[in-house]
Design a protein around this ligand. Structure first.
Ligand SMILES: Nc1nc2c(c(=O)[nH]1)N[C@H]1C(S)=C(S)[C@@H](COP(=O)(O)O)O[C@H]1N2
Ligand SMILES: [Mo]
Length: 253
């Protein structure tokens, strides 16, 4: 986006007010920035004529988001292999050279909370579970998005396998880099929500969450925990690294 004032279309005062209200509502209700909205709606907010379209799209978005997510079935858009973004962007709360290196000889996925079987999982055991594949768009709240391919175990399958209480409210994730996040149970059981083991047809690279990450295409990027070392099921909301710093917890699209 070009922020030079000379390239900006001047908005009418009423439009300016509307944009301001829109921005507030976005932040309060969705955690989305205008940059993220631009990606979601395909509208160019530099262009005054587009503002009405954006406002219209936004109110429709607000109305639909809850229904999509509570239905637990609405599918995120999928893409063709030739639409995959290459190279795929890295993002974390630290630079890429600080990505955690996981030692597979000691790696375990811990399981806790409202689950019948609390035995930890090795990567081998996870790899033996049924798999699914998706080509979907990861949307970062910082204003970029990218299409990638992830394969792994449907989270629903895993939760059933460990005898999780599927009526509990939340599934939480703790990561090797001290990141953490959580999702509501409807999202955890959504057919596209995956405990991803592979990216682009190979084991997850270190940067993209080795050895295990959450891929939840109905949520913003920051809900897609990488380097997962512990999963919990419960009725208290475990929050998250960004969620606890003011990003909207729901952050669904
Ligand atoms: N463990 C961990 N997971 C994380 C993060 C992180 O800093 N640590 N960043 C999140 C954010 S903000 C985004 S946008 C995506 C980026 O995933 P990518 O590096 O595969 O693009 O990972 C999410 N998961
Ligand atoms: Mo992000």
């Amino acid at each position: 986006m070009n922020d030079k004032p000379s390239n900006r279309v001047k908005l009418e005062p009423a439009q300016q007010k509307a944009l301001f209200r829109l921005q507030r509502r976005l932040l309060l209700r969705s955690g989305l920035t205008l940059g993220a909205l631009t990606l979601l709606t395909g509208c160019n907010l530099q262009d005054g004529d587009e503002v009405d379209k954006v406002l219209w799209a936004m109110s429709r978005w607000n109305d639909r988001v809850q229904g999509w997510l509570f239905s637990g079935q609405r599918l995120a858009q999928t893409y063709r292999a030739d639409q995959i973004t290459n190279p795929f962007p890295f993002n974390a709360f630290y630079p890429e050279f600080n990505v955690p290196e996981i030692d597979l000889s000691t790696y375990q996925l811990e399981v806790s909370g409202r689950v019948a079987d609390k035995r930890p999982w090795t990567l081998d055991k996870l790899q033996a579970l049924p798999r699914q594949s998706q080509i979907t768009r990861l949307i970062c709240i910082e204003g970029w998005s990218a299409i990638g391919q992830w394969d792994g175990v449907p989270l629903r399958t895993f939760l059933e396998r460990i005898g999780a209480d599927l009526r509990a409210g939340f599934v939480g994730f703790r990561c090797a880099d001290r990141y953490y996040s959580s999702i509501d149970m409807a999202t955890a059981l959504h057919p596209q929500t995956t405990l991803a083991l592979d990216f682009a047809g190979k084991a997850l690279p270190d940067a993209f969450g080795f050895p295990l990450r959450l891929r939840v295409p109905t949520k913003l990027g920051f809900k897609n925990a990488k380097h997962i070392v512990a999963l919990s099921v419960g009725n208290a909301n475990p929050g998250g690294y960004w969620e606890d710093q003011g990003y909207n917890w729901f952050s669904g699209i």
